[in-house]
Ligand binder design. Structure first.
Ligand SMILES: NC(=O)c1ccc[n+]([C@@H]2O[C@H](COP(=O)([O-])OP(=O)(O)OC[C@H]3O[C@@H](n4cnc5c(N)ncnc54)[C@H](OP(=O)(O)O)[C@@H]3O)[C@@H](O)[C@H]2O)c1
Length: 347
């Protein structure tokens, strides 16, 4: 049994961490830390937890205890840098849901995040926690992937790693609901701005671009890559459509085989016969993927819940992998199971 601290537990992703940890059979103690909400009771912030999750007082991050075994850090970008180095110094296990430790080179933080990052040694030792692909964890610091990179990389890596020499270009168009931006109020996220509307944003400058490219490079793909993000008038979910142009035609069976080989034993990946819908994944830790091949073009459509698969569900999955527990412990609720797993026809 372990004790966990959830730093930034009062935000959108933190709320799911609280729900998962409170029901987790290997977690016997949980404390929640924040800044503005410190001193309030959990049920003041989340009245819906009344009767199902033990009430407790939110603590100030300034009074952070070093007595927990594992810390989930769910802070705005730049803020994890203020706490994680101290936790690692204390030999604690840390799963960071933010972006402060995902990239491999401090220079990229200057360029993409506009922050001075002084912890190259931590970037070197971190584990990039794309939980359905990188299952062996040998670091105390896990950088949980971003929500868009989770959807994009789970779509792309089987192809990019198996056929890297055949790939001419990769283009990802991805769509997110407003919860991707967290709980703090922003004018462009007002209902009156969002409703009945769609807009591309951060074109060419989105911080998840270097993160996706970095993992593609691990598969020796360093070619053309474009990534465009859009805001949808919904609260939850990410939909990603990837178009991969190959140098030659490829047989559908070869592509399907690569996806099957990577994912046939992955509990949270469902390979679909038709393009997935957001409704199939919202509320769960699943990533639904469809692969369509047309001559020398491969089109991959993917759906995830940004707050669960793209954040807290994957973070708990990483905790389970780190401790050698069953991967789905604490993440699956009674009414969620894998009965809907649909493999590609013929596989
Ligand atoms: N939302 C998503 O879909 C998503 C997906 C993947 C990754 N992420 C990443 O996960 C992190 C959290 O995202 P979120 O959407 O949960 O954000 P959020 O809703 O804005 O929550 C942020 C949390 O941090 C606390 N906080 C803010 N400043 C703090 C400070 N200086 N010291 C201590 N606590 C502080 C807030 O609590 P108080 O207001 O009470 O202080 C709140 O609990 C971000 O880095 C984000 O990029 C988010």
């Amino acid at each position: 049994m372990i004790s966990v601290g959830i730093i930034g537990g009062t935000g959108y992703t933190g709320k799911y961490l609280i729900q998962f940890c409170s029901k987790h059979e290997h977690v016997n103690e949980m404390h929640i830390y924040a800044k503005e909400s410190a001193g309030k009771n959990l049920t003041d912030l989340f009245p819906e937890f009344e009767g199902s999750i033990k009430n407790m007082q939110i603590k100030s991050v300034r009074e952070l205890s070093y007595d927990h075994d594992l810390y989930f850090v769910s802070l705005p970008h730049g803020k994890s840098l203020e706490v994680i180095p101290l936790l690692i110094e204390q030999n604690k296990k840390v799963i960071d849901l933010g972006g402060d430790f995902r990239l491999n080179d401090v220079k990229l933080y200057d360029e993409w995040y506009n922050i001075n990052h002084d912890y190259q040694y931590l970037l070197d030792q971190k584990h990039y926690g794309l939980a359905d692909i990188y299952t062996n964890i040998d670091s105390n610091l896990i950088a949980n992937p971003g929500c868009y990179p989770t959807a994009a990389l789970l779509s792309l890596l089987p192809l990019a790693c198996s056929f890297n020499e055949m790939v001419e270009s990769i283009s990802v168009s991805a769509y997110s609901g407003s919860s991707g931006a967290g709980k703090s109020p922003k004018q462009h996220l007002l209902l009156s701005e969002l409703y009945s509307n769609v807009q591309a944003y951060n074109v060419g400058t989105h911080r998840h671009e270097p993160e996706i490219k970095q993992q593609l490079t691990q598969c020796d793909y360093d070619g053309n890559f474009t990534f465009v993000t859009h805001l949808l008038p919904i609260d939850t979910g990410i939909y990603s459509t990837s178009v991969i142009n190959l140098k030659d035609e490829i047989h559908t069976d070869d592509i399907n085989h690569a996806y099957f080989e990577n994912y046939y034993d992955k509990e949270f990946i469902r390979l679909r016969n038709i393009p997935p819908q957001l409704k199939w994944v919202v509320g769960g830790n699943y990533c639904d993927i469809n692969v369509t091949v047309k001559n020398s073009t491969v089109i991959i459509t993917t759906a995830i819940d940004n707050l669960i698969k793209g954040a807290s569900g994957q973070a708990v999955q990483n905790m389970n992998l780190l401790y050698g527990w069953n991967e789905s412990t604490g993440i699956l609720s009674e009414n969620q199971n894998n009965n809907h797993k649909v493999l590609i026809e013929g596989m």
